[in-house]
Design a protein around this ligand. Structure first.
Ligand SMILES: C[S@@+](CC[C@H](N)C(=O)[O-])C[C@H]1O[C@@H](n2cnc3c(N)ncnc32)[C@H](O)[C@@H]1O
Length: 222
């Protein structure tokens, strides 16, 4: 089934180091998108906690969280090649063992490769805001996708979204509040969680004096 993509592949410049890490080392950490594989490349079901990060950008937060929590397996999903190269470099340099990378549309990865009730957490840090009204349909966090994501969380698992775009923040809060599988862990926006590392797009937002909004919901237990 085709759907409107929440990203465009940018022809961004890649540094020599990013290219080299992509070409020579990504294969060690990579999981391939396979529409008929409901085990996320053999990872699910998993004895250790599994957290998915959608759109990790340059991967700064991914690497930092994985280093801080070696017992959890972090699955980073991204389509931006320079960012993937940068994260692979961080993995190699810091000898990180608990990150896997999928270079594919996260909507399709979750839909096709992740069974219900299997993830401990989903991170969406600074999703593309698609500011123009005619582009709002491209926003990742809409009712349909939030429902699909919530279905894939374990009971008690969390969806953690952060954005610096006020109207998108309101939209995310509203959509999550209307999703029957989810329960807000705050009264409205969540206070900042101290364990979340800063990201590149967060810094850009702060330079524009944007307010950072956090949305943190858990899947209801039966
Ligand atoms: C605005 S950037 C934020 C990057 C990073 N999280 C940060 O905070 O710096 C959003 C990223 O999400 C990625 N992205 C958007 N939709 C995606 C999708 N459906 N699947 C995978 N990656 C996606 C884009 O390629 C982009 O790198």
């Amino acid at each position: 089934m085709t759907h409107i993509k929440s990203y465009v592949i940018r022809q961004a410049r890649m540094s020599d180091s990013q290219r080299r890490h992509l070409e020579e080392h990504l294969h060690k950490y990579r999981l391939d998108y396979r529409p008929d594989d409901r085990s996320l490349g053999g990872i699910l079901p998993s004895a250790c906690p599994v957290v998915v990060e959608i759109g990790f950008g340059m991967g700064d937060a991914t690497a930092e969280l994985a280093l801080a929590d070696p017992e959890t397996l972090f699955i980073g999903i991204e389509v931006h090649r320079p960012g993937i190269g940068k994260l692979v470099r961080a993995i190699e340099e810091s000898d990180i063992h608990n990150i896997r990378i999928i270079q594919h549309d996260a909507v399709e990865v979750l839909r096709d490769m992740v069974p219900p009730d299997s993830l401990d957490g989903i991170h969406v840090f600074f999703p593309d805001p698609w500011q123009k009204k005619r582009h709002h349909k491209r926003r990742l966090l809409q009712a349909g996708f939030v429902h699909e994501a919530a279905a894939r969380l374990k009971p008690g698992g969390y969806l953690y979204a952060v954005t610096d775009w006020e109207d998108y923040a309101e939209q995310i809060l509203q959509v999550c509040s209307h999703e029957p599988l989810l329960e807000n862990q705050a009264d409205g926006f969540h206070p900042p969680l101290s364990w979340r590392p800063n990201t590149a797009f967060e810094r850009k937002g702060l330079e524009k004096d944007h307010r950072i909004r956090e949305v943190f919901f858990r899947k209801k237990r039966p």
